[in-house]
Design a protein around this ligand. Structure first.
Ligand SMILES: O=C(O)/C=C/c1cccc(O)c1O
Ligand SMILES: [Fe+2]
Length: 318
């Protein structure tokens, strides 16, 4: 149980993958990942957050091209339960969400607000992994677009994280900023540009898939993970150097350096879904808004079976 006021803000970055438990790597890899995740769980338990601000992407389950915001804060949210993740309502702290939204807007950062956000494994998995479920801790979900081009500059995501960090300080509660996603990875998430009309229509309108369509889509991703691990897939390879450079910047607190990362360069280096690292940048910017911080744990391993440069990091104020 946390008692020190100097520990009132903390951050965790955690990669997600819907292939965890479905297409697992060798037992020794799994053991290393589980040890790192268990360390993050201990960190969170000791910090004992009263509120979690969760930055996560969506994979065309909640946000579609009909309206695709760069980011969006939810005052209520429910999970669809894709890839066997939890479904149902998240325990959103609506009052805190509204207060945070107002403060962010007052700080001149344009913010979309959803009073009924649909989220997927990007939100559900970190809540399950760190808290044991999607309804165990008061949360403010913040969608960060990490797949649907065009994507805006990283500086705006950093500005969002900073504004939320300042806003959270006004709540007077222990807040954990949690980023879900990345690092480098190139899963077969559909792309609007050049998509056949039926796919384009689904990406724009967001027709809920039938159970059969969802199962087929998920099997396609699982098979892609198998092919990737076998070296027979055409996806952009996981890029450990890029991933570790990103973790280095987060560790030394040089978050302004991310502002020069262009969308095109990020995609070339880290694949189509590398933009999910925006969630990490937002979470660490939230922590940095409260002053200097230290990264207290850092784990990284490329896991092609999960189509993920998989990382876990924890950080708190100095
Ligand atoms: O197809 C999806 O919905 C997502 C796939 C995926 C695969 C691996 C890592 C990730 O972060 C993903 O979102
Ligand atoms: Fe993802």
């Amino acid at each position: 149980m946390n008692s020190g006021s100097s520990l009132d803000i903390a951050a965790v970055g955690l990669s997600h993958s819907p292939l965890i438990g479905k297409n697992d790597p060798a037992p020794e890899v799994l053991e290393r990942v589980e040890a790192a995740v268990s360390g993050a769980r201990d960190f969170v338990r000791d910090f004992d957050p009263e509120l979690v601000v969760l930055f996560a992407p969506d994979h065309y389950n909640g946000f579609f091209y009909k309206e695709m915001p760069p980011f969006c804060l939810a005052t209520e949210a429910h999970a669809v339960g894709d890839f066997g993740s939890s479904s149902g309502p998240l325990s959103v702290d609506s009052a805190a969400a509204r207060a945070l939204a107002e403060s962010v807007l007052d700080q001149d950062v344009d913010l979309t607000v959803s009073a009924r956000m649909t989220v997927d494994h990007g939100f559900a998995q970190p809540l399950e992994v760190l808290f044991g479920g999607i309804d165990r801790v008061p949360v403010v979900p913040v969608f960060v677009n990490g797949v649907a081009t065009p994507l805006g500059p990283v500086s705006r995501i950093r500005a969002l994280g900073t504004a939320l960090g300042r806003a959270a300080a006004g709540l007077g509660t222990r807040v954990l900023f949690l980023g879900s996603g990345g690092l480098s990875h190139d899963p077969p998430v559909p792309v609007l540009d050049g998509a056949p009309p039926r796919v384009a229509d689904a990406l724009i309108e967001g027709h809920p898939p039938t159970a059969e369509q969802r199962a087929r889509g998920e099997e396609r991703v699982i098979q892609a993970g198998r092919d990737y691990a076998a070296g027979s897939a055409k996806m952009i390879p996981i890029n450990p150097r890029w991933d570790n450079d990103l973790l280095d910047l987060l560790e030394c607190g040089d978050l302004a350096a991310f502002d020069s990362w262009t969308v095109a360069w990020m995609g070339e280096q880290g694949g189509g879904s590398a933009h999910e690292v925006r969630t990490w940048i937002a979470a660490f910017a939230g922590l940095a808004a409260g002053g200097a911080y230290e990264m207290t744990s850092r784990f990284y391993e490329p896991v092609p079976e999960w189509i993920a440069g998989f990382a876990v990091a924890t950080a708190r104020r100095r």
